[in-house]
Design a binder for this molecule. Structure first.
Ligand SMILES: [Fe+2]
Length: 415
């Protein structure tokens, strides 16, 4: 349980908020590259971190991410003409380049060159630098002098044929998604079949360790005899998870605003192209991707249609929820907690130990950021990690000695 102020501090991401400023210190996914394939092609709207922006690819192929509102009369640049190295507002013809500079003012032909130059300076609009990695356009919205190198995020650095990515909007705060992603206990219930069977393998040991990339969430299952089986899931600052599966997988919970999140879901193989079988399995109801309308960010099974819950299926014991798709199950239950879950109304149990520790670490990171201390994940090499498993004798905690087990250089090559 959190105090109201603590909940606000962890969840809100608008400009000037503690978490908003912390997340702005990292690269944030803004769009897929395929949404803006062509130079001088149509721009797209991007809402990110409570800011309304417009993304375009200019004549030279450079990416521009500008405040959506034209600084002249606040019209939307989304309707603009993308031509000759800039985006032109169709209201009065003002033009902006990818850096937000006003490069043409055709509506004041009477102005002197000097006047025109001064006005153009006043009209410089907000712009954010962009980079393309892994068929995703990433942006940096923090202080320019603190812009980090792009991290060595494994899936984003592979050839396109070794990766498959999708995204959809989740109608709730980003932290609900992230907490759900690291809540090991829910796997045996929310995503389970027969209830009695699943209760037998619930994790009972929880450790969360701070690292140079973010943290490791360790959950231990006790098989009754022999060693404890630990899963070590990695959280890469500020909103990435690498999922241990075959092929490997990842999630990114990118805040659209306080009450909406763009969930990116990725499968990848480090050494070979994904096969048709891989893709068929991963895009089925057993995979991490949520069924979307074609070319839409909206899931087919959503809040408005009660996620197409099938009560007969639920009663049959084959599905705990009666909802099809792991992604839909997560989305449904996280959205059901409200647009921003009120954590002051919770009653946490022993099985929530990892969630408590994650919140504690996030609050510590906020405090470190406020104090100007170094942040995790700033060294690009620190992101060279994957989730991993290990077995330890009963009574031996998952300690610092296991931290190296998640580093790529300590992993066996993937078949
Ligand atoms: Fe889940």
């Amino acid at each position: 349980m959190l105090k109201h102020e603590e909940n606000e501090m962890l969840t809100r991401v608008g400009p000037g908020t503690p978490m908003g400023e912390l997340i702005r210190r990292y690269w944030i996914p803004a769009a897929f590259s395929h949404q803006i394939p062509d130079c001088d092609g149509p721009p797209v709207r991007v809402r990110l971190m409570c800011e309304d922006l417009v993304l375009f690819r200019d004549t030279q192929g450079r990416l521009g991410l500008l405040e959506e509102r034209c600084p002249h009369r606040t019209a939307s640049l989304f309707y603009g003409r993308n031509e000759e190295s800039g985006l032109r507002c169709v209201y009065h013809g003002l033009k902006f380049d990818v850096h937000g500079n006003c490069t043409d003012l055709p509506c004041i032909p009477q102005a002197s060159d000097e006047e025109r130059a001064r006005t153009a300076l006043e009209l410089k609009t907000r712009s954010y630098p962009c980079i393309e990695r892994g068929d995703v356009v990433w942006t940096y919205m923090g202080p320019p002098e603190l812009q980090p190198e792009f991290p060595e995020l494994e899936w984003a650095l592979l050839p396109a044929e070794q990766r498959f990515a999708s995204r959809h909007i989740q109608e709730c705060n980003w932290l609900q998604g992230l907490e759900g992603g690291f809540d090991a206990t829910h796997l045996t219930f929310l995503h389970g079949g027969d209830a009695e069977k699943s209760r037998r393998i619930v994790a009972t040991l929880y450790e969360v360790m701070a690292t140079d990339f973010g943290f490791i969430v360790g959950t231990g299952r006790d098989p009754g005899e022999g060693d404890i089986m630990w899963n070590m899931n990695v959280m890469l600052m500020p909103f990435h998870k690498i999922i241990s599966s075959r092929p490997h997988a990842a999630h990114v919970w990118a805040p659209i605003d306080d009450e909406n999140t763009m969930l990116y879901s990725i499968n990848f193989h480090p050494s070979r192209p994904l096969t048709a079988e891989d893709l068929a399995r991963e895009t089925s109801f057993r995979g991490i991707h949520t069924e979307n309308y074609a070319r839409s960010d909206h899931a087919i099974r959503n809040k408005a249609n009660e996620y197409l819950i099938d009560r007969k299926l639920q009663a049959s014991g084959k599905s705990y929820t009666g909802m099809k798709g792991l992604g839909t199950q997560d989305c449904a239950i996280q959205e059901s907690m409200g647009p921003i879950a009120d954590r002051s109304k919770e009653h946490l149990l022993a099985s929530d130990a990892a969630i408590v520790k994650i919140r504690r670490l996030l609050r510590q990171t906020l405090a470190d950021h406020a104090a100007g201390k170094p942040l995790p994940g700033m060294n690009p090499e620190s992101f060279r990690v994957r989730s991993a498993r290990c077995e330890l004798p009963r009574g031996v905690p998952l300690g610092d000695a296991m931290k190296d087990a998640v580093r790529l250089e300590h992993m066996p090559p993937t078949a």
